[in-house]
Design a binder for this molecule. Structure first.
Ligand SMILES: *Cc1c(COP(=O)(O)O)cnc(C)c1O
Length: 480
């Protein structure tokens, strides 16, 4: 296969640069001139189209295949929201425009203002910032808000409590904010051990960070008691909203005692993700924390939207400009498109789909927590591992069968974990195909384990040294 650089022929062109329609600025000063022209491939438009089309086919995408990655909500996002984000009235906005005059961006500011309100309604929070650029960034922002809150009340604190099933970003964000992390083990039902939680809770705890449903896809029935106890001890409740897809319209974190939430717009609200972004991790708070929110804030003054920069208690700016506006816009369009009943049915179908898979596969794979699940279910490949077939082998074989593997080896408290989140956007036919593939793998693990261990056989590269691939990626064509 020839790469684009190898197709290069001197003098070949794919574009015609239009004549300049602005006055020429004269010579570029010497120090800024290129010493040597960059060596770019010289190719036709067709060469470029074929190059990128070929690359796109090497990529595993939700537009082409089922992608049941757990804890990530890799759902299909309607193309409609992309069209909205592409409207030139939005996409052509320069981020400096509001500094010239807010009158030039009233529509965009209204989108931010209204999205904050809609997310507040969905989560039961009083105020939102849409600035954080990812879930992890939202966690950092939320913990900075919590720190500011405790400081303001003259009670700086030392610890953050997380359960051992939590996403790695939770303890990491707490540590970055300077907290010591207390990890509470899970009980036999897969929830944070309530007794151990009570033992470890004390008046130096700043926050209890929970994902609910948690990363095992399980809802914690003690959530209200956990929150009440935290509040009694002077701690705040932090809701990691990565799994909001399971509960929209059913329960609001703000109604069961959470004080701060982050959402992942790129999981629940119609921004495709993977490949590192862009995403958005808005943070919502109860009114007691609203004055600490980052600036600028969009506020409404005499029927006009303005950006407020001077808020004395604010933690300051945490992202350039106003966050990832295109992502916010897509979430806004998605919420309006679905409406209340639509969002409720998203959660209902996400949960139904996960339970369908759970019920149909539990005779073939070990189910460590055999309860009704929410939007995802976690199996363990311990049965298959007895024949030498590990979670990673199952994942590779699924690729050959045309499915993206589920999340593996997470949460870490489940041995040989296979964490499956089908999402609401998949049909019963697709789920059945996936289930049949998983049953076939379970059969092969008994009868011909080597076949699974040899996978993948259909991909351009076979098994990688995954540590080396992550630590030492070889991404650039060097012309060798
Ligand atoms: C994805 C995820 C995060 C982190 O969110 P990013 O947007 O990837 O930074 C945090 N917690 C849970 C449970 C998640 O699934």
């Amino acid at each position: 296969m020839q790469l684009i650089f190898e197709k290069s022929v001197e003098g070949k062109r794919g574009i015609k640069i239009p004549r300049s329609d602005v006055p020429e600025a004269g010579e570029i000063p010497k120090g800024y001139q290129r010493v040597k022209a960059p060596s770019l491939p010289e190719v036709s438009e067709l060469d470029v189209v074929r190059h990128f089309t070929r690359l796109s086919r090497l990529n595993f995408s939700i537009d082409a295949n089922f992608y049941p990655l757990g804890s990530c909500t890799m759902k299909y996002n309607p193309k409609f929201t992309e069209q909205i984000a592409g409207l030139s009235g939005f996409s052509g906005l320069h981020p400096f425009l509001p500094f010239l005059s807010e009158d030039l961006v009233q529509g965009a500011l209204e989108v931010i203002y209204e999205t904050e309100r809609l997310l507040g309604e969905i989560t039961g929070m009083d105020a939102f910032t849409l600035e954080p650029l990812a879930g992890a960034h939202g966690e950092l922002t939320g913990l900075l808000l919590i720190t500011a809150f405790h400081k303001y009340h003259g009670q700086p604190k030392r610890y953050v409590i997380v359960p051992d099933s939590s996403h790695g970003t939770n303890p990491a964000s707490a540590a970055i904010c300077g907290y010591e992390v207390i990890i509470i083990p899970s009980d036999k039902d897969g929830c944070m051990d309530f007794k151990k939680y009570k033992e470890r809770l004390n008046d130096e705890v700043a926050a209890v960070m929970l994902t609910c449903p948690n990363t095992l896809g399980l809802f914690n029935p003690h959530i209200k008691e956990i929150a009440d106890l935290a509040h009694k001890a002077g701690a705040l409740m932090y809701y990691d909203g990565a799994n909001l897809n399971a509960i929209m319209g059913k329960i609001r974190p703000g109604d069961v005692g959470f004080d701060v939430v982050h959402l992942n717009l790129h999981k629940t609200f119609a921004t495709p993700h993977g490949g590192g972004g862009p995403g958005a991790g808005p943070v919502g708070v109860k009114k007691e924390l609203a004055s600490f929110l980052p600036v600028p804030r969009v506020i409404k003054k005499d029927e006009k939207f303005v950006l407020e920069e001077n808020l004395p208690h604010s933690i300051g700016s945490i992202a350039p400009f106003y966050g990832n506006f295109g992502v916010i816009l897509k979430a806004y369009a998605y919420i309006l498109l679905l409406g209340k009943s639509g969002l409720i049915s998203v959660s209902e179908h996400a949960v139904l789909n996960a339970n369908y898979i759970r019920a149909r596969l539990k005779d073939y794979y070990h189910l460590p927590y055999d309860r009704i699940c929410m939007h995802e279910c976690v199996f363990s490949a311990v049965k298959q591992a007895k024949n030498g077939v590990h979670a990673i082998d199952i994942a590779k074989y699924l690729i050959d069968m045309g499915f993206h593997p589920p999340t593996m080896y997470f949460p870490t408290i489940v041995k040989e974990a296979l964490m499956i989140e089908p999402t609401e956007t998949e049909s019963k036919q697709t789920l059945d195909q996936f289930i049949e593939a998983m049953i076939e793998i379970a059969r092969l693990a008994e009868e011909n384990p080597q076949m699974i261990k040899d996978a993948p056989t259909t991909t351009p590269v076979k098994r990688l040294d995954e540590v080396k691939a992550a630590r030492n990626p070889d991404l650039r064509w060097k012309g060798e």
